[in-house]
Design a protein around this ligand. Structure first.
Ligand code: ADP
Ligand code: MG
Length: 701
């Protein structure tokens, strides 16, 4: 963010269609001082980056109101949304019945000529009244939009209804009005169901916390808990904050964050996360993060904002909708001029409603993102689902990603004159301040041997190579061959490397004093997961590692994948770029912190194991909230499934509208049937996208 800039969230009310978000977006974007704006339909708000010196809330309010919407109360700008009415299924069924009944009456009535008879009997002012009352909300929207020189999807249908009235067919106009309303309801209902997938998530957050203050326990709203305060959690309760256990023991169900339903045992010193549930035991937790800063809070925020990362197909659909209306108006004009048939013209206008186009993609994307979040898969935008569905290269980091990242030292080989314990103590001192898993392995073995590691006087980490330190006056280096070229040939080391072990060469004052060998365990679910990813069309899987050739090839061979060894962190970026340069779509899986730049460079970067307060969920496009490789093929499956649904939605709508337009223009489709026919795709899309919503309720199907 540039200096002098601010991000604010403004709640917007009155938006109930994808078109509305575009209007609000445009109105706000036009204000001077607004850098960027994302309007989110699902959480009914706008996220605005602005220069507070040039624009304020009053300006935004005015712009939003001029566009026909309203700004809500900023205090409610968080994720609180009004609860949704009713449960989905009965409403859907009711829709179907009413829709079917009216369709039946219209078709049969038209066929038997009953509607014409009716039209003749009923005086036209009464007919006009029925039309106006029936279609009032839609007509009002069109009039308002026209006043602001906007064209909305109902504009054409309204013109069609007027045309029908002009030729004396008020029954047709009434049917048009009726289906405009049905279409509105269907659209709103589907959007709400998709939205609910996100909302269910926010509702998992606890509202109150029991805090220890002045020696007593007090129940306060979660927002009032301060960092550093101790909260008390009883069995069966949700943990209200992120924090560290300072007393008690419990099994904690972390499904809210990780999607994993197996509870974990925790005790003093362990980290716990907000929205997880303590079972079998009470806990005292010292607060480290509250509210939006908790892991859960950040997950919810990102799922909400996912809508802003719109998929390409969605943008194409939007653009199509925009150019579709003039085309339809053109066809209608031609029909009128060439065929001189006002009824056919009315039918063209009425059949062409493009609502379904706007509906097709966002609904499906939102549903899948919500479904993913519930399983521990944080997908930051529909655009990544789209990319995943066509990805053909998968790059995986080794240490900490394919392996458990908890290597153990298996061999200690001192060289002339040095004792094994002396070597180990020296390495442990030098590694004392390294955060690398290999360093932890060295320290762990030293501890087990009862050795005390001296405090190093100096320490320097060299990424992808090792470390340098000054211990008891000596210059010490621990690392691989890149760091210590003198270690080039050493028979014992070559042998161990052949077994796939990682060598840590130890140098003191320029002389090699020994080697430590470390082995890391492959995560057990990896081979099956990679096989499933390959079966989903990702032809090229490659291991990327900073480790040496022998280790890399041993593991790669076992997994049946390619490999690329001896890479520095920046080399990994180059590998990603290399594949992209020749036209591949690259997915990379890595650990969030180490591999952040390469993850960001990939078309889709997937970060492993990011549940925790201080790790960078931000670095990746998809985050796995639990260290579980089965989530990777699951992610690809969701992506393919979603894009399948989207393609079907769009294809169906396109073919249907084309057929409808042709029939109407040629005079084969009476306006009254056109009105009924146009709302069918909406219901089709509703039903089709509901499949994705349904999958969100099944755990890991
Ligand atoms: P990866 O790509 O497998 O995750 P890294 O880039 O983290 O590996 O490290 C690459 C290599 O650098 C390691 O295999 C190891 O040989 C060496 N290395 C890195 N840090 C250390 C350390 N603290 N001590 C010893 N060796 C290290
Ligand atoms: Mg790594």
């Amino acid at each position: 963010m540039a200096p002098g800039q601010n991000a604010v969230e403004v709640p917007i009310t009155g938006m109930d269609c994808p078109e509305c978000t575009a209007h609000v977006q445009q109105a706000i974007a036009e204000l001077p001082g607004v850098e960027s704006v994302h309007v989110l339909l699902s959480s009914q708000k706008a996220i605005i980056r602005l220069d507070p010196g040039k624009v304020d809330l009053a300006d935004i309010r005015r712009a939003v109101e001029a566009a026909g919407y309203a700004v809500g109360n900023p205090a409610a700008a968080t994720s609180r949304l009004p609860p949704l009415a009713g449960s989905g299924r009965p409403i859907l069924a009711l829709f179907g019945v009413v829709f079917g009944a009216v369709l039946f009456i219209v078709v049969v009535g038209e066929w038997l000529g009953l509607l014409e008879a009716l039209t003749e009997r009923v005086p036209w002012p009464l007919g006009l009244a029925i039309v106006v009352v029936g279609g009032y909300p839609a007509f009002r929207e069109v009039v308002r939009a026209t006043w602001r020189r906007q064209v909305v999807s109902h504009t054409l249908m309204t013109v069609g209804a007027l045309a029908a009235l002009a030729v004396g067919q008020w029954a047709t106009a009434a049917v048009v009005a009726f289906f405009m309303r049905v279409g509105d309801y269907a659209e709103r209902f589907t959007a709400e169901r998709a939205r609910r997938a996100v909302q269910d998530l926010t509702r998992m957050a606890p509202q109150t916390a029991r805090v220890e203050r002045d020696g007593a326990e007090r129940e306060v709203p979660v927002g009032q808990v301060q960092v550093g305060e101790v909260v008390v959690v009883r069995p069966g309760e949700k943990i209200p904050v992120d924090g560290e256990i300072v007393g008690g023991q419990a099994t904690v169900d972390q499904a809210a964050i990780t999607g994993e339903s197996m509870p974990v045992e925790v005790g003093p010193g362990a980290q716990v996360f907000a929205a997880t549930v303590a079972r079998l035991g009470s806990l005292r937790v010292r607060t480290t993060h509250v509210g939006q800063d908790t892991t859960f809070g950040r997950v919810v925020k990102m799922v909400e904002e996912a809508e802003a990362h719109r998929a390409n197909v969605q943008r194409i659909a939007d653009r199509f909708s925009a150019s579709y209306l003039p085309v339809v108006a053109g066809i209608a004009a031609l029909t009128l001029v060439i065929r001189r048939d006002p009824l056919a013209t009315a039918a063209v206008l009425v059949v062409a409603c493009s609502c379904s186009f706007a509906l097709a993609t966002p609904i499906a994307m939102l549903a899948s993102i919500g479904a993913g979040a519930r399983r521990g898969l944080l997908i930051k935008g529909g655009k990544y689902l789209e990319t995943l569905a066509r990805a053909d290269v998968l790059l995986v980091d080794k240490t900490g990603t394919l392996t458990l990242g908890r290597p153990e030292i298996t061999d200690v080989i001192p060289l002339d004159g040095v004792s094994p314990d002396e070597l180990l103590a020296l390495a442990a001192s030098a590694e004392r301040y390294s955060e690398h898993p290999l360093a932890e392995a060295v320290r762990a073995l030293a501890r087990r041997h009862g050795l005390t590691a001296a405090e190093p006087e100096q320490f320097e980490a060299i990424p992808g190579r090792g470390i340098r330190a000054r211990v008891s006056g000596s210059a010490v280096a621990v690392g691989n061959r890149r760091l210590i070229p003198a270690a080039a040939s050493l028979a014992a080391a070559d042998d161990l490397e052949g077994q796939g072990k990682t060598m840590l060469f130890v140098v003191r004052d320029g002389a090699l004093v020994g080697v430590l060998a470390a082995a890391d365990t492959l995560r057990p679910e990896v081979p099956a997961a990679l096989a499933r990813v390959r079966a989903q069309g990702v032809g090229h899987v490659e291991l990327l590692t900073g480790d040496n050739e022998l280790v890399a090839s041993a593991l790669a061979e076992r997994l049946g994948v390619r490999h690329h060894a001896n890479l520095l962190p920046e080399d990994k970026i180059a590998v990603v770029k290399g594949y992209q340069a020749v036209g591949h779509t690259v997915v990379m899986v890595g650990d969030g912190v180490n591999d952040a730049p390469a993850l960001a460079q990939a078309d889709v970067g997937i970060a492993m194991g990011v549940a925790g307060p201080d790790v960078a969920i931000e670095a990746a496009h998809v985050a796995l909230l639990r260290d579980d490789w089965t989530l990777v093929p699951e992610l690809f499956r969701i992506a393919h499934h979603t894009m399948g649904v989207v393609r079907l939605n769009i294809g169906f709508t396109a073919v249907y509208n084309l057929a409808g337009l042709s029939l109407a223009a040629l005079g084969f489709l009476p306006p009254i049937l056109a009105a009924a026919a146009q709302s069918l795709p909406d219901l089709g899309i509703l039903a089709n996208s509901s499949r994705l919503l349904r999958q969100s309720n099944v755990h890991g199907s």
